[in-house]
Design a protein around this ligand. Structure first.
Ligand code: CMC
Length: 428
């Protein structure tokens, strides 16, 4: 029997259908509430609003659970390859052997980027933030593939756009690393796989053969998987919102990159490293820094802490913290910032300010220390997040389109002036 909830507004009763998810989450369907009662719901920042139903990712924030298509993140991070996870997110199932080799072949064959893209890179100011460059490159790609303009193209066209985007993304990200160093851009090398190629195009040079370090490759694989999707976060919701206007996929993903860049979202990984560096350079103790945070000094937050959904722990942060120790040990890196991070974490976890507000380390708290140990400059960290998140954004966009979801268009409560007459400029 369909369940309903009763809501009484100004003594009048309304029935609202109850929707239940496959993991027991419950929602009130308020679609018709305005038509029936004249009321809308009000929830700035969508703190308690379900914007869609989805089969892709499940999070239980109270229990610290994260699943992609039913598979636990812990198991995927341990056993899977990033491209398997990307396929799982986008196409809904783990690929069998022939599907997987076909997927990898396609991604290899489409990895070259049009030569004219390099000209745009050349014109970009040196030192520009890589996320700004990535956003521009991504939206520009739509001009190179005019047949991808219409998201209602055939399934075949849509799949080709997905393959092209996944295949070229490592190349675009690596180009920015080369530009910042003033080094020649490297073309992908088909003897390397997806992650190897990205490492080669980023760290290799034309003068000598590039040796893949298995520790670095495996760290990248884990980090990309951990970032691959996170249900209706700010950038995924942006992708769904922009995509709901039937904007083409390239421009839609560019909007996701813009959202991710923000320091409260993916940009936090850069901010964490800068915060740790600031503590080290300024001679502040961790305790003094935590006091600044608690006193809410302007603009000071403990970056890499807190999450809208996780109120116990972030399972990704747990995996990354452990991986951080392993990877730094294997690479023989001793990073004083890791010690500061651990001290901050310990202090925060036993402090009532953080305990009462349920603030725990999130995915960004330790990831930057690993990226740094792997040799990435700080402003590339959020680009690495985007590289991992791309399949998640594509999956969210594809599901939104295939479910024929309507254009996203929230309502508001207007709090401005009453209607008034225009006053001529001479009389103001
Ligand atoms: N440091 C200090 N205080 C904090 C922090 C923090 N990192 N995060 C939240 N608070 C406080 C906040 O001041 C507020 O206190 P009060 O009740 O006294 O006003 C309370 O905790 C609730 O915070 P909120 O800002 O209302 O919570 P939110 O759900 O709107 O924000 C957040 C979530 C992630 C934006 C926030 O925790 C934050 O700014 N964290 C730091 C940035 C960060 O690490 N972002 C990465 C998020 S995970 C990666 C991703 O998927 O994006």
């Amino acid at each position: 029997m369909n369940k309903t909830a009763k809501i009484i507004i100004e003594d009048k009763e309304y029935q609202l259908p109850i929707i239940e998810g496959s993991q027991g989450e419950k929602a009130l369907d308020i679609k018709k509430l305005r038509d029936d009662s004249g009321y809308i719901t009000y929830d700035i920042g969508y703190k308690n609003t379900g914007s869609t139903s989805s089969n892709i990712t499940f999070i239980d924030g109270e229990e610290g659970i994260l699943h992609y298509r039913g598979y636990a993140i812990e198991e995927l991070a341990e056993k899977a390859e990033f491209l398997e996870v990307a396929y799982l997110l986008i196409y809904g199932k783990l690929p069998n052997q022939s599907e997987y080799s076909d997927w990898k072949n396609k991604l290899t064959r489409h990895s070259l980027v049009h030569e004219d893209v390099k000209k745009v890179f050349d014109a970009y100011p040196t030192g520009a933030h890589p996320m700004g460059q990535l956003m521009t490159m991504m939206s520009m790609m739509s001009s190179f593939y005019p047949n991808a303009q219409d998201p209602h193209n055939t399934q075949e066209d849509r799949d080709l756009t997905i393959v092209r985007m996944m295949a070229k993304m490592p190349n675009l990200c690596a180009m920015m690393a080369k530009k910042r160093n003033g080094h020649p851009v490297l073309y992908p090398n088909n003897s390397f796989d997806y992650i190897e190629n990205y490492l080669y195009m980023t760290f290799g040079n034309p003068c000598e053969p590039y040796q893949i370090d298995p520790v670095v490759k495996s760290a990248m694989n884990k980090l990309l998987i951990l970032h691959a999707d996170h249900e209706q976060n700010c950038s995924a919701s942006t992708v769904r919102m922009v995509g709901s206007a039937h904007t083409n996929l390239w421009a839609t993903i560019a909007s996701g990159i813009a959202a991710l860049w923000g320091p409260l979202h993916g940009g936090a990984n850069q901010e964490v490293l800068e915060m740790l560096q600031e503590i080290k350079d300024s001679g502040f103790t961790s305790k003094q820094y935590v006091e600044k945070v608690k006193n809410k000094e302007a603009g000071v937050r403990l970056m890499g802490f807190g999450h809208r959904v996780y109120k116990n722990f972030d399972p990704r942060a747990k995996i990354i913290k452990k991986a951080c120790d392993d990877i730094l040990n294997k690479l023989g890196v001793k990073d004083p910032l890791l010690e500061i991070a651990k001290e901050l974490e310990e202090m925060a976890l036993s402090d009532s300010y953080f305990v009462e507000r349920k603030l725990y380390p999130n995915v960004d708290f330790y990831s930057g220390i690993i990226y740094r140990a792997l040799g990435y400059p700080t402003d590339m960290f959020t680009v690495l997040f985007a590289l991992g998140r791309l399949p998640g954004w594509i999956a969210q966009w594809k599901e939104m389109l295939e479910d024929k979801q309507p254009i996203s268009r929230p309502r508001q409560i207007y709090t401005g002036e009453q209607p008034r007459a225009f006053v001529d400029i001479k009389n103001r």
